[in-house]
Design a binder for this molecule. Structure first.
Ligand SMILES: [Zn+2]
Length: 181
């Protein structure tokens, strides 16, 4: 269930994009991750409140991961090694451990400092999304919207973060253009 304190217009995207979506349209741009209160809201919504510390160091790490992800989803990121290096810098703080236990295979994340766990999980999630289909990682088509989503629609034609918000805004703008000609 959505947290009534959570002001974000779009929630529920995969972790990497959910982290990117902690910034959204506004002047200045709205940002949930400016303080620990907002950071706690994000951790809870991502199901990470129990696993990750909600302190300044962890917030800094998560903002670092967000910046890296933001550079990667920007146009032309393929040509910018710095965008890869930033994400790999976050990933270098953790690794996945595989082991077999009585209950079956177990996979644990090990991070060098606890503050990197949330950031590492978000960065790792981005790799998962690339594996599932890089073309499904999309920016909302509305020119002033900065939200991102993972297009899981059958035909891969989702264009808006939300039809109700950006889809209708775009429709209304087209209608207005026609009417004022
Ligand atoms: Zn949008």
């Amino acid at each position: 269930m959505a947290d009534p304190r959570d002001p974000r217009p779009l929630i529920g995207e995969p972790l990497a994009l959910d982290l990117l979506n902690t910034r959204w349209r506004g002047t200045p741009v709205n940002d949930l991750l400016t303080d620990l209160d907002g950071y706690r809201i994000w951790l809870a919504s991502a199901g990470l409140a129990e696993r990750c510390p909600a302190d300044e160091a962890s917030l800094r790490a998560v903002r670092t991961a967000r910046e890296a992800l933001g550079a990667l989803v920007a146009d032309g990121a393929q040509e910018r090694p710095a965008a890869y290096a930033a994400l790999n810098g976050v990933l270098a703080h953790g690794r996945l451990l595989h082991r077999l236990a009585a209950a079956g295979p177990e996979r644990d994340v090990e991070v060098d400092e606890p503050e990197w766990l949330a950031a590492w999980l978000a960065a790792d999630d981005y790799l998962d999304l690339l594996d599932q289909g890089a073309h499904r990682i999309k920016a909302c088509a509305h020119p002033t919207c900065i939200l991102h989503f993972f297009d899981t629609s059958q035909n891969g034609r989702r264009r808006w973060c939300s039809m109700a918000v950006c889809g209708n805004r775009a429709k209304a703008a087209r209608h207005y253009e026609k009417a004022s000609r």
